[in-house]
Design a binder for this molecule. Structure first.
Ligand code: HAM
Length: 403
């Protein structure tokens, strides 16, 4: 019988990767909480209309990549391709837009996009994201960017920050008009010609070299912002400068989701191949309204966990791991009791069999133990335990009571 395989572009998170995964979630959670974010979990399956209205009909995600189907109750549903839409749906559904105030949520979990799989691009991938509602001040934009950089710094990940402003409902439409009249003069690819009609700013980040070569002289959004958007963008850059966050303004950075207004950013790494974005986000001051709520300022981001894990070394997890083993069948009970009691303090590995010294040591190091403690007949008689520190190679025999 042929064995069943996981679907193309979908992977198990296991072994070293699962250690890194939980290490990342634990520490990113701690940082998000320090910044005042609380956990939210929204369903993986939502009405298709939610993503059409938020991510946008003109986006590749909605146009080509949705895991969409009709369920047994005849509902048009879809596996979430991203996390923001669900959080905004929940925000509006729970009438927080009417209550007023500031709300901050973080989440992590699987997202689904039917893309062509390649290195760093999966069909099921995981994101860690944050969404902040009710704060229109540009300090919040800086706060979000500083938080991402703290997360990346914690995991010792080098990055470049690309920054842009996409304007607001006052300046974006006139910019789009100006852009379209310029784009119509060019000889662009089929996708771009379609985007001119649906969402012209998406032409700016076309990957086709022929298109990019022709785009150098088209008007730039940052030269066409209204006074408020321009002032805000200038202030954001000043705050980032003061807080030692380096960035590059990339006027072609438009992001692949249609809900952004004003600040948009991406954190990229040159160490993970063509799919270089490790995190992306920005302001989406109109999305709450688009989903039927009262106009509410909002900003957020998501980190692609699989891409990020490519950049973390296993050695970074410097947690203490104790291995306790019995070298005589008579020591098994004592070892079992010790293991249970030590587990109240630290991570402890063990083996239910009595084994020789070398076998235990090999077993312990293979599993990543930092300290090994063994009890044989001699130790049992003396009421002691033999301990070895793996890194320093130091060995000693200590009193069991003391241990
Ligand atoms: P996004 O840029 O589409 O933004 O995705 C965020 C991150 O998810 C990317 O930077 C990348 O690291 C990762 N990612 C995206 N697609 C894939 C894939 N096929 N395979 C592996 N990793 C992938 C959003 O999803 C927005 N919801 C972010 C946001 C939150 N904006 C405001 N709030």
């Amino acid at each position: 019988m042929n064995k069943i395989q996981s679907l193309r572009g979908m992977k198990d998170i296991k072994d070293d990767n699962s250690q890194l995964f939980t290490y990342f979630i634990d520490n990113a959670t701690k940082i998000a909480k320090k910044f005042g974010f609380e956990y939210i979990e929204t369903p993986i399956l939502e009405e298709t209309a939610l993503f059409k209205r938020s991510v946008g009909e003109s986006s590749d995600i909605v146009g080509k990549e949705m895991y969409q189907f009709i369920d047994k109750g005849d509902n048009d549903v879809c596996l979430r391709p991203e996390g923001t839409a669900g959080v905004v749906r929940s925000f509006v559904q729970n009438k927080l837009d009417r209550a007023g105030g500031v709300y901050k949520y973080f989440y992590y979990g699987p997202m689904f996009r039917y893309e062509r799989p390649q290195k760093g691009r999966l069909r099921e991938f995981h994101q860690f994201g944050c969404e902040s509602f009710g704060e229109s001040n540009v300090y919040e934009d800086a706060n979000i960017i500083i938080m991402i950089s703290q997360i990346l710094d914690f995991f010792k990940i080098g990055y470049k920050l690309q920054l842009n402003s996409l304007g607001c409902k006052d300046c974006m439409p006139s910019y789009k008009e100006k852009l379209v009249s310029n784009l119509k003069e060019l000889n662009l690819c089929e996708d771009c010609n379609r985007r001119i009609l649906t969402n012209p700013i998406r032409v700016l980040d076309c990957k086709n070299e022929n298109c990019q070569a022709q785009l150098t002289n088209v008007p730039k959004i940052t030269n066409n912002l209204c006074q408020t958007c321009d002032d805000d963008f200038e202030q954001l850059k000043k705050i980032l400068d003061k807080n030692n966050i380096s960035y590059e303004v990339d006027t072609n950075l438009v992001r692949g989701l249609d809900y952004y207004t004003k600040t948009a950013f991406e954190f990229v790494s040159d160490k993970i191949g063509a799919q270089s974005a490790i995190a992306g986000g920005g302001r989406y001051d109109r999305l709450v309204e688009f989903l039927g709520g009262r106009s509410t300022s909002a900003i957020g981001f998501a980190i692609g966990i699989e891409r990020l894990l490519e950049l973390i070394e296993l050695e970074q997890i410097d947690e203490e791991v104790l291995y306790i083993g019995a070298m005589d069948i008579l020591a098994l009970d004592t070892v079992f009791e010790l293991v249970a009691s030590k587990r109240k303090e630290i991570k402890v590995l063990s083996d239910y069999r009595s084994r020789g010294f070398t076998k235990h040591l090999t077993n312990a190091t293979k599993q990543g133990a930092t300290k090994v403690a063994l009890i044989g007949t001699k130790e049992l008689e003396d009421g002691t335990i033999w301990v070895k520190d793996i890194a320093s190679n130091k060995e000693m025999t200590v009193d069991l009571e003391e241990f």
